[in-house]
Every structure is written in structure tokens, then in C-alpha cells.
Write a protein that binds this ligand. Sequence first.
Ligand code: C2E
Ligand code: CA
Ligand code: CA
Length: 673
Amino acid sequence: MNIHQGIQSIIDSFHDHIVIVDKHGMIAAVNKAWEKFGLENGQSSSTIGANYLAVLHNEQNSEALQAMLRILNKKSSYEELSYPCHSPNEERWFQMVIEPLHLSEKENGVIVIHQNRTAEVQAEYKLKDMLESMTDAFFSLDEHWKFIYINEEAERVLGKKREELQGRGLWAEFPEAVQEKFYENYMLTMNERVTTRFEEYHQPLNSWFEVVAYPSEYGGLSVFFHDINKRKEAEQKMHFYAYQDDLTELPNRRGVFKEIKQKIENGSSFSLLFLDLNGFKQINDTYGHDKGDELLKKVGARLQHSIGVPHFIGRLGGDEFLILINGCGQKEEVQPFIDQISACFDRPFGIDDHTSFTISTSIGISFYPYHSKEASTLVSMADTAMYEAKHSRKQEYIVYHPDMHEKIERRLHIEQGLAGDLREAGISFVLQPQMDMKEQIIIGAEVLSRWHHPVYGFIPPNEFIAIAEESGYMLKLASYMFCEIFIEMKKWIVRDRFNIRISFNVTSDLIASESFFDDLFDLIERFGIPTKYIELEITEEAEMTASRAVMQNLLRCRKQGIIISIDDFGTGYSTFAYLTDFPVDKMKIDKYFIDQIGANERTEAILKSMIQLSANLDCEVIAEGVETKEQLHFLIEHSCHAIQGYYVDRPLSIQVFEEKYVRGEQDGTVNSN
Ligand code: C2E
Ligand code: CA
Ligand code: CA
């Protein structure tokens, strides 16, 4: 093996004792420190050409010997062993390091180092680094920056011949390097005598290098380097993927935040639009993830096409997209873009030959710098506003407002309450009597939910019912209501022979649900409640008339003798379709019309015809929200004798209702105000 001059000069520059052993176990090279050590210790055997294995054997270091044989026989190529050992006279201690050395493709050698534990200077030299890079490009410089030596690999990489460079100055040969990191790092190594390690792009060679520069013993530098273009390319690819969403090929969450931060650094105003698709989950659940994914792709592509450059669109995850509109710092400016986004959702999204989806979106907006100067805060504000838009049902987009946080927190608390034990949460029921004013008897009572929340106090039923509907707790709430009231009804019927109808409000979702009615009929049977004492109040909604499920469920009720009434009659969607198409027994005229009595003749006329209509259809009628004597007189005059409202009584706790209307005065005396 021929150890070339460069390597010899490198190993000579170390204080540690170094031996290089070839594949036959013969010493191929030693450094000056080793020679000196050998002389001092009278070990003439350990010179070039000697059998190092024999030397080791003499030292009786069998473990090291075994390791070395493993490496030389190529049974192990990455072994790195480190043993404490001492000089023959036991005066000095060393750490013996044995490492494989790839001398050529076929040849394995070994390098043995006695790291001198006592020499302080040793720490300065990162010996291992150096040895590892022996297949690297290498050159050495003298203290005047002149090339002393360059190896073949360096010739290849730098594209210059050894003869061209030797004796020439580094900075004159590579002037561009002065502008690059090479200059400051080499200067540091040269002047401060410290090792520097860095990565840099060298423009003339269009190449990235990893470089280690060591100060050499004689005052110059030893520089090792190799190109890392492949790694850099991979890194760049990784970077690209790290910031891109696989599905839509839009920037992902990380990419979005990076963009926002950059925009903030630039300092010019922008608006941040947080989009969330409405009902995406249902599509995903019903049609499968593949179709859901395809829909997301289509939505992303359409939005990008519509909004696109110079603005920005990314996908935060799930069905959430984020759009940045440059230069828009307030509501008026962003309006045209909202219109543009809305237009994207006007047409259905074609998924395949047989499938297309029509979907809408809710948008929350925050403005930089008006709302915040921080990326994550801006996003969370827009998110909050989006959430608000989603629940408003009417508004497609909403601009962030600080009050929203409180609202959302409240909503979350309410949802948590609904998720737990409803009684413990403070939910109970009240009953409001319904009276026949002609006969002066109680004819029924409506059950209304009440919630005395430990934190928020009284929560209006409209609020928590809407939340229960949206978060899927309506069935639970309804079962709780039926159980609670059926217990009382059973008691009243058996004990008090109390026989009036109790009416329950049922949301349209439940009316369409077969399992709700299965549960209800189960309970009716379990508690043994005659169905004629049960009334269900439903509201008018467009979807309901079209639904076969609703019709079937209502017919099932009629067959079983349950009374169906239309709540808030006159305010809903298509009053007459309801009356003619549906099996309806009773209409509850909304408080709106009652309030107009004595104030608006036109409304009075409508009210009169509604009462007339009920008579013609042989349908019961009751007026809701009656508060005054005047209202009462008008209603009686026009033959509506059934009334519900504060004029008769407020909604009462079960206990009070029982005392007042069940046990005591069953003839139902009306209070005198
Ligand atoms: P609703 O079904 O129209 O119930 C009548 C509402 O009017 C009740 O309000 C009642 O307290 C109120 N009210 C009765 N008489 C008068 C009056 O003379 N003057 C005035 N100003 N108001 C009167 P409440 O209890 O706040 O309920 C509001 C709505 O919440 C109900 O309207 C109903 O839609 C819903 N709701 C309440 N409890 C339940 C429930 O258990 N289930 C369902 N699905 N909805 C419920
Ligand atoms: Ca009602
Ligand atoms: Ca009502």
C-alpha cells in the first residue's frame, strides 16, 4: 500500500500515535509521534513493514487483536473500538482506538491511534473527523494561503490540476470564494487556530460543499471537502413536501403559517379568510373518503383558479381552507373577493360520471394589522368568526369581533353540559297550562325545558335547544323530557284521575327520525300512558313536507292516537301545504298575530281567517302568548276559545302546576288579572 504524501503529512501533524495497517496486518504507515514513542520504548518492531498483529499479540491485547482481524477479514466494516492501554513501562496511559480504514473499494485497512490521554493539545484535533474524510477532496495551504498539496479528488472536484495550483494563492485562484462563507471560516481557522466546519454553495462550480478546515502544525490549513448536491436536492424536496398538502397540492398548514408570517414581515395589510365547508362530514360519511377527497381537490382547484395569484390559498386540513387577500385591511375591500368565493360554490362539483355535490361554505375573516399582528392569533380569530358564521345559519361570512370568544366558550360549556347527566347539569321542565275560556277549564299544558346553569344561570331554551340539535344531543334531551314528564303523568292519571293532554315540542330532526318514534312508543308502553293524552308540537319547515320519513312517522302517530299540532302557526314556510298534506289535528296560532290585536287591522284579518280555516278543516285551534284582556276578548269574539299565555298563567314548575291544576282546582280557575 502506498500512503501518499498528503496523508503522511496529516498524520504527522498529530500528537497522538498513529499506525496504519494494511489488509495483511502489516504496518503501512506510522506518524512521527509513533516513531518517537517506539524509540523511547525500545520498540523497533513497530516500524513500517512490521507485522502489527504480532506487535499487538506481544501486548497481549487479545480483544483488540480479534477486532482487528474481524475488520481485516471484512467481517465487520464499521467497528470502532476503544481500549485503555499503557506503554510497556506502564508510565503512560492511552486510549487505543481501532477503526476501519477504506483504502480502496476492495481493501480494508485499519488505523490504530493511541490517543494520548495526558496531552492537552489532543482535544483540539478532531481526529476522527479527519480520518473519516480521507476519501474526501483535500488540499493543504501554507500560512500565506498558498497551495502546498491537493489530492486527486480535489483536482476532480475543483476542475484544476495540481500543477496549476501548487504555489499559487487560494484567493487569487478562487476569487468568488471571498464573498462566500469560505473566506470567513478559513480566516477563523488560520488566525484563531480552530477547526471550522460548514456548508456552502460555491457559485462558479454550481455546487454545495461540506467543508472541514483544520489548522495544521506548520501554521497553514488542511481542508477537506465533498459536494453535497444530492443531499441538498433531497433537502429541498423535503422542504417542498413539508409545506405542501398532498391531496390538493396547495400549501399545507405549515405553508400557510409561513406565508402569513412572511406577509406580516412585509408589513402591508391583508385579510385572512378562514373557509370551512358546510356538511362536508356528511358527504364523507355517506359517500366515502375517496369521494370526499375528490371533492376537496375540486374545491381547492376552483378556489385557486378564482382567487389565485397574487393572493394566496392553502389548506389547513380537513375541509378547512385559508385565503390571504393582499392589500385588504377592511370589510369593504374584501367584499368583491367574498362574492368571488361564493360564486365558486354556485355550481355543483362534479366528482365522477355519476356523482356531483353541491356544497356551501362558511367564512370567518380577520384583518392584519387591524385585529392582530400575530399569525396564530389572526388565524384563530378568523376561525372563531367562521364558527360564528357556521352557527348563524343566515350569514355566509362574518368578520371577527372580540365578543365572539365569550360566545364560543359559552357554547362549549353548554355542549359539555348536554354531554353529561342532564339532571345534574340543571335541566328541568315546566308546564304552561292551556285553557278553554268558554268552559273555563284546563284543556292541556305545554312542556317547556328550563336550564339553570351553574355558571351562566338561566339559559334560554331556544339557545340550548339549537345547540343540542347541532351537536346531536336532541334525542337524549327528548328522552329525558319524556321520562320526567311521563312519571308525573302516570301519577296524575292513576291517583288524581287527571285527564288532560300534555304537549311536547319536537324538533324537525326528530320528527324525521324513526328511532325517535321507536323510543317514544317504547316509553309510552313502559309508563302505560294513554296516547290520547300526548300531543306533539311540530314546526313548519320546507324540508318536512317533502320527506317521506316525516309523513310515515306522523301517520304512525295518528294511527296510535297521538295528537299532532302545528306550533307557531302562520310564521312558517307553507302553511296550507301543511294543513292539507299532513295529518294535523291542531294549530297553535303564533304570538306574533296575537300581539297585533288592536294594532294592525290587516293582521287581525289574517288572524280571523286563520281561525275560520281551522273550523273549516275541522282542526283544533289555540292562541299562543295571550297577555291581555283585549286580546282575549277579540279571540273569544272570533270563536277562538282555547288560549295559552301569561293571561292564564306563566309556565309553572311541576310541583306548582300539580298543586294548582292537578290536585286542587281541577275546574281550572283562571287568575283574575
Ligand atoms: P314555543 O314552543 O312557542 O313556546 C312558547 C314560548 O312562549 C315559551 O317560551 C313560553 O314561555 C312563552 N310564552 C308563553 N306565554 C307567553 C306570553 O303570554 N307572553 C310571552 N311573552 N311569552 C309567552 P320559552 O319557554 O322561552 O320557549 C321558547 C321556545 O323554545 C319554545 O317556543 C320552543 O320553540 C322552544 N322550546 C322550549 N322548550 C323546548 C323543548 O323542551 N323542546 C323543544 N324542542 N323546544 C323547546
Ligand atoms: Ca311550542
Ligand atoms: Ca309556539
